[in-house]
Design a protein around this ligand. Structure first.
Ligand code: BGC
Length: 709
C-alpha cells in the first residue's frame, strides 16, 4: 500500500489510492450516514455522521461529530463519554486572543480523538448581521478579520490533534428561521468584503479539511449547489484543496450539486429527498453527465484531507476519559470565560466586590445550579460534572432541551467571597427578590436568554419579565450588578440605573467560577465586544423581520436583502449611518485603565505595520486590547475597517512598545470583474483606539495602487 507512506504528500497518496479504488469504493466515500437513533449503522459511534472504512485499502472509517462548542454526545447515547462544554463563540471572540481560540480548538480535537472521532463539525464563522439570529452563540461576531482569525485558530487547534475540522456554514447562513428556504440576496463585492472574507481568513489560517455548505440559497441558488461559491470562489480562486460536505438536509440534486462542487452528501437517507450521491449520481456518471474525472476528484479531495490531518497515520484511539485531561479542558473553558466576559458598565467602581461586602443577594437565572447554554446540534449535554443542571425547562425537545451547565455562580461566589453571606432568590417572586436585595450590601441579578439553532429570536428583549425583575431589584438596592448570559446583545432599558453590567455570554462548564472570580477581582475583565451592541432593533439594517421566533404570527420571507448594509456589517453600518450604539464594537472595561500613544504607521513593500505605546495607568494588572481601524477615503461606501489588534498583559504603571501587522486586504476593495483585491492609491488614516468609537490617535499612510490576491 504505497499510499501509506507518510513521506509522500497527501495529494500523492490520495492519487495512488484513487487509482486503486473500484467505482463502488469511491461512491462509498461520497455519502455519510446519520448515526443517531434507529438509523445508526451498528458499528458506528452515535454522532451526526459515519462513513464505513475500506479495510482492503487501509482507508479508515469517518466518524463525524458535532463540536461547535465542545464534543457533543447526542442524547447521552455514548455511555461514559463526556466533554468540556466550552463557552459560546462570542465569548471566545471577546477574548481577542489567538491563543485562547487555538486552545479551545485543541481541547475539542483532543477530546474527539480520544472518543474515537476523526472529523469535527466545527469552525462556525458566519458573520453576525442581526442580534436576533438564533445561532449567533456559535459564531464569532461581526467583523471578518476578528472572526476569521479566531475561528481559523480554533480550526488549527482541532486539526493539531489529527482530527479534521470543517469550516461552516458556507455561506451567508446568517439567519436561522426559514434557513432551508430563504435566499440571502447580496452583491458580489459586498459578499467578498464581509462574510466571504471571514471564511477566507479562517481558511488561510486553519486550513480546514472540509467546508460545510449551507442550507440557504445565495442569490437564488442553494449553498450546496452553488457553482460560483464552491467551484469558482472556494476551489479555484482560493485554491482550496479539501472537500465540501453538505449540511444535514442541504442537498437538492445529484449532478447539479456534484458539478457545482459538492463532494460529500451528509445523511441524505434521513434529511434529503433522496440519497443523491448514490444511485442518482451513479446514473449521471454512467450517462456521462458527470465526468468520471469529477467523481475521482471528489474521492481525492476527501482522502487527501483525511491524510493531511493525520487521520490515516494517527487514527483516533477510543478510550475512557482521563481526569487530568478533563481538568486541563476545564481550565481552558474557564480561561476562555474569564477572558471573554465583557464588563459593560461599572459606575462608581461598584466592582470588584471588596472584602468589606458582608451580604450578597444572588437573584435569578438558576444561578444556584448552573449557567445557561444554547440549543441545537452544538449542545454539550454531558460533562464530567454530569448532565443538565436544570432539567425540564421548555422546550425540552428540538431545538431544546434548554441546557444549564452544572457550574453554579452562587456556590462559586460563596467560595470566592468567604467573608460574605450569600443568599439566593430565584426571582420568580419579584417582591421577595427585592426584599432580599434590600437587606444585602450588593444584589447580583443573573439574567438569561436562551437561543437555539433553527429558530431566530423574535426580538432583542430579555424574556420572561426579567427586565421588570431587574427594575424591582435596583429600586430596592441601587448597588445592583446584572450578569447577562445571552446569545448576544439585548435591550437594556435599565442600563442607566444599574451601576454594573457584566456580559458573560454562554460561559460554559466553568462559567460560574469565572463569573465569581471576575466579580470579586481575582480575575480582571479583559473581554472586548466582537459585535456592536445596538440600543434596539430600530438601529438595525432590518428593524422588522417577519416570521421570527416560535409560532410567529407572520410568515417568514423567502428572501433577505443583505444589500441594505452590504459589506457594512455592525460597526461599519453604525458609522455609515451615524448611529450611536449602546456599546461600540471593541468596547469593554477593565478594573484598571490603559493609555495609548505615539502611533506611527509604516509601509514596507507588502508589510504594513503600526507602532505605538500602551501604558497601564491604573492600580491593577490587566490586559489591554489596542485596536487599529483603517478609515477609507471620504467617498468610500465603507467608513472604516478593523485592520489589526494586539492583546497584552500589563502590570500597574507598566508601558510597552507594540508593533502590530495590519492586514493589507482591509485596505483593499474587492473587484468582481477582475476577481481580485485592489488597494486604490491614496492617503489612508489609521486610527488607534480601545473600541471602534473610542479613538486615541490617528496617523496617515500614503499607499501606491496595488493588486492583491
Ligand atoms: C447544523 C450543522 C451540524 C449538522 C449536523 C445541522 O443542522 O446546521 O451545524 O453540523 O446539523 O448535526
Amino acid at each position: 500500500m504505497p499510499w501509506m507512506d507518510p513521506d509522500k504528500s497527501p495529494d500523492a497518496r490520495a492519487a495512488l489510492l484513487v487509482a486503486a479504488m473500484t467505482q463502488d469504493e469511491k461512491f462509498q466515500l461520497l455519502r455519510s450516514r446519520f448515526a443517531i437513533g434507529e438509523h445508526k449503522p451498528a458499528e458506528a459511534l452515535t454522532a451526526a455522521g459515519y462513513v464505513a472504512p475500506i479495510p482492503r485499502l487501509g482507508i479508515p472509517s469517518q466518524g463525524l461529530v458535532d463540536a461547535g462548542l465542545g464534543v457533543t454526545n447526542p442524547g447521552g447515547a455514548r455511555e461514559g463519554d463526556h466533554a468540556t462544554a466550552m463557552p459560546s463563540g462570542p465569548a471566545t471572540a471577546s477574548t481577542w486572543s489567538r491563543e485562547v481560540a487555538f486552545l479551545g480548538g485543541q481541547t475539542m480535537g483532543r477530546e474527539a480523538w480520544r472518543q474515537g472521532f476523526n472529523v469535527l463539525l466545527a469552525g462556525s464563522v458566519n458573520l453576525q448581521r442581526d442580534p436576533r439570529n438564533g445561532r449567533n452563540f456559535e459564531y464569532a461576531g461581526e467583523d471578518p478579520l476578528l472572526a476569521g482569525t479566531l475561528v481559523g485558530e480554533s480550526i488549527r487547534g482541532v486539526q493539531s490533534q489529527h482530527v479534521l475540522s470543517t469550516m461552516k456554514h458556507y455561506a451567508l447562513n446568517d439567519m436561522e428561521t426559514h434557513r432551508n428556504f430563504h435566499s440571502a440576496q447580496i452583491g458580489d463585492r459586498a459578499m467578498h468584503e464581509s462574510d466571504l472574507l471571514a471564511f477566507r481568513i479562517a481558511l488561510e489560517i486553519g486550513e480546514p479539511g472540509s467546508v460545510m455548505c449551507s442550507y440557504n440559497r445565495i442569490n437564488g441558488v442553494y449553498g450546496c449547489e452553488h457553482d460560483e461559491l464552491l467551484n469558482n470562489v472556494l476551489k479555484r480562486d482560493w485554491k482550496y484543496p479539501g472537500y465540501v460536505m453538505s449540511d444535514w438536509g442541504g442537498v437538492h440534486s445529484a449532478s447539479k450539486a456534484a458539478l457545482a462542487g459538492l463532494d460529500q452528501q451528509s445523511a441524505g437517507e434521513v434529511f434529503d429527498k433522496a440519497v443523491y450521491f448514490d444511485r442518482p449520481l451513479r446514473m449521471a456518471v454512467d450517462a456521462g453527465v458527470v465526468p468520471q474525472a469529477r467523481l475521482d476528484d471528489m474521492a481525492h479531495r476527501i482522502l487527501r484531507s483525511l491524510i493531511a490531518v493525520g487521520a490515516f497515520d494517527h487514527p483516533p484511539q477510543r478510550q475512557p476519559p482521563d481526569a487530568d485531561l478533563d481538568a486541563a479542558g476545564f481550565a481552558v473553558a474557564q480561561r476562555t470565560a474569564e477572558e471573554g466576559a465583557v464588563l459593560l458598565r461599572n459606575a462608581g467602581e461598584l466592582l470588584p466586590l471588596g472584602a468589606d461586602v458582608r451580604r450578597i443577594a444572588v437573584i435569578g437565572g438558576h444561578a444556584d445550579r448552573g449557567v445557561i447554554a444554547g440549543g441545537g446540534s452544538s449542545m454539550v449535554g454531558w460533562t464530567s460534572r454530569g448532565p443538565n443542571a436544570v432539567p425540564g425547562v421548555k422546550p425540552t425537545t428540538w431545538p431544546g432541551p434548554v441546557m444549564f451547565q452544572p457550574s453554579s455562580p452562587l456556590l462559586a461566589l460563596r467560595e470566592a467571597a468567604p467573608q460574605a453571606r450569600v443568599d439566593y432568590a430565584d426571582g420568580s417572586d419579584r417582591a421577595a427578590a427585592a426584599r432580599l436585595a434590600r437587606e444585602a450590601d450588593v444584589a447580583i441579578v443573573f439574567a438569561t436568554q436562551w437561543s437555539a439553532e433553527s429558530v431566530d429570536l423574535p426580538d432583542m428583549h430579555l424574556p420572561d419579565g426579567q427586565d421588570a425583575l431587574i427594575e424591582a431589584v435596583v429600586a430596592a438596592n441601587p448597588r445592583t450588578v446584572v450578569v447577562l448570559q445571552t446569545n448576544g446583545p439585548v435591550t437594556l432599558p435599565w442600563a442607566d440605573r444599574v451601576p454594573a453590567i457584566l456580559q458573560a455570554w454562554y460561559p460554559g462548564i466553568r462559567g460560574g467560577e469565572a463569573i465569581a472570580r471576575l466579580l470579586t477581582g481575582a480575575a480582571n475583565p479583559s473581554g472586548r465586544l466582537p459585535v456592536t451592541w445596538p440600543v434596539d432593533v430600530a438601529q438595525l439594517p432590518r428593524p422588522h423581520v417577519p416570521g421570527l421566533g416560535f409560532n410567529p404570527p407572520q410568515k417568514p420571507e423567502d428572501a433577505i436583502d443583505y444589500d441594505i448594509e452590504g459589506a457594512n456589517v455592525g460597526y461599519r453600518w453604525f458609522a455609515a449611518k451615524d448611529l450611536t450604539p449602546r456599546y461600540a464594537f471593541g468596547y469593554g472595561l477593565s478594573y484598571t485603565q490603559f493609555a495609548l500613544s505615539d502611533l506611527t504607521v509604516h509601509a514596507d513593500g507588502d508589510r504594513l505595520t503600526a507602532r505605538f505605546e500602551v501604558r497601564n495607568t491604573g492600580a491593577r494588572a490587566g490586559a489591554a486590547v489596542p485596536q487599529l481601524y483603517v478609515h477609507l477615503p471620504e467617498d468610500h461606501p465603507t467608513p472604516l475597517r478593523l485592520a489589526g489588534w494586539d492583546k497584552l498583559e500589563l502590570q500597574p504603571g507598566e508601558s510597552r512598545q507594540v508593533e502590530v501587522a495590519l492586514a493589507p486586504r482591509l485596505f483593499a476593495d474587492y473587484d468582481p470583474t477582475t476577481r481580485s483585491w485592489r488597494i486604490p492609491a491614496g492617503r489612508y488614516r489609521v486610527a488607534l483606539g480601545q473600541s471602534a468609537a473610542e479613538i486615541a490617535e490617528t496617523a496617515t499612510l500614503d499607499l501606491p495602487e496595488r493588486t492583491l490576491d
